[in-house]
Design a protein around this ligand. Structure first.
Ligand code: TPP
Ligand code: MG
Length: 321
């Protein structure tokens, strides 16, 4: 199915929004404007914008620490996202969790715990519920290649395969899990080969090609919605910066980083749209201006939001009996 010009422009907006928010959040952390750390996903934008752009508000996504772009594209207003980083009262968790535990119930963004891959079973469980209720919602679980070494990820895929659940499993293979190279975490070239063992199709694609990530995800989402079961999509990509902003990433060579910076997914997509005449310089400038303003407003909102009161520390932590 051809991607419409409106959707190509929509994808362009999100690619740039995600990139700009991410770079700005890195700076905010370095300026000491919030505590903890920040997990940048610069370089990986196409792996999340593609799959999330075509989801419905009532579809779910399960994320881990690096999926800020998935959260933005799925529809969490960035003012709440910044409030989350700043641990303010207007954060969805009212300042109680780690800055990277982004979650937003109205748009089906399941708040993650720090245990990587754990979100995959929640996604699978949600999909089971929808199947029982005969609904056509879809859930997408994102993990890094490192997380696929966790037992829970395999259990979730096996269960989803057995019951033909409406899920899409996206693996963002960015070649590193903290300081561990993918070659020491995954003993095969392509994680997607594992799909066969779970009775679902598996595909490995260039994760820096936005139209490809979008169209591949769309096909998997349609398949899940019509009741034909899950798909595993591995997207090869790269994170430009350290595991988080406190990691100097000395375990990588400058050549490796340079190689991937030349494959930057944001200008690559922009060039494609310019060549096709979908956007022009004026559209680019107005989009970037709009984004800059949205980010400023989000930061102002978060800064105006008060810190939680001390007594709130134990409120909403346990369910009432
Ligand atoms: C179950 C579990 N084991 C280990 C960790 C510590 N940890 C946090 S992130 C991470 C690396 C994750 O690598 P990957 O899944 O490839 O994601 P990436 O950071 O590359 O996006 C590890 C080991 C954790 N949070 N949870
Ligand atoms: Mg990784």
């Amino acid at each position: 199915m051809a991607v419409s010009n409106d959707d190509m422009k929509g994808l362009y907006y999100y690619m740039n929004l995600v990139r700009q928010v991410d770079e700005r959040c890195r700076r905010l952390f370095k300026q000491g404007r919030f505590q903890g750390t920040f997990f940048s996903a610069v370089g990986q934008e196409a792996t999340v914008v593609g799959p999330c752009y075509g989801l419905r508000p009532d579809d779910f996504i399960g994320i881990q620490h690096r999926e800020i772009g998935a959260v933005i594209t799925k529809g969490m207003p960035i003012k709440y996202l910044v409030a989350q980083l700043f641990a303010r009262q207007d954060s969805p968790d009212r300042g109680k969790s780690h800055p990277c535990h982004y979650g937003w119930k109205p748009m089906g963004i399941v708040t993650p715990a720090s245990t990587i891959a754990a979100q995959t079973v929640i996604v699978t469980g949600s999909a089971l519920a929808w199947k029982i209720q005969k609904k056509d919602n879809v859930a997408v679980a994102f993990v890094g290649e490192g997380a696929t070494s966790n037992g829970v990820w395999h259990e979730a895929l096996n269960f989803a395969g057995v019951h033909k659940l409406p899920c899409v499993f996206v693996v963002q293979n960015n070649l590193w899990a903290e300081s561990v190279p993918a070659s020491l975490g995954v003993p095969i070239e392509n994680v997607s080969d594992r799909a066969k063992a779970y009775g679902m199709p598996g595909i490995t694609i260039d994760g820096n090609d936005l139209l490809l990530t979008y169209e591949t995800a769309q096909e998997a989402i349609r398949r899940a919605r019509r009741g034909d079961g899950p798909t595993l999509i591995e997207m090869k990509t790269y994170r430009w910066y350290g595991h988080s902003e406190i990691d100097p990433a000395n375990y990588r060579t400058p050549d490796e980083v340079e190689y991937w910076k030349k494959r930057d997914p944001v200008p690559r997509y922009e060039r494609l749209l310019m060549e096709r005449g979908v956007i022009d310089e004026e559209h680019k400038q107005s989009t970037l201006q709009r984004i800059e303003q949205e980010i400023e407003e989000a930061i102002e909102f978060a800064e105006r939001s008060p810190h939680p009161e001390p007594h709130e520390m134990v409120e909403d932590v346990y369910a009432p009996l």
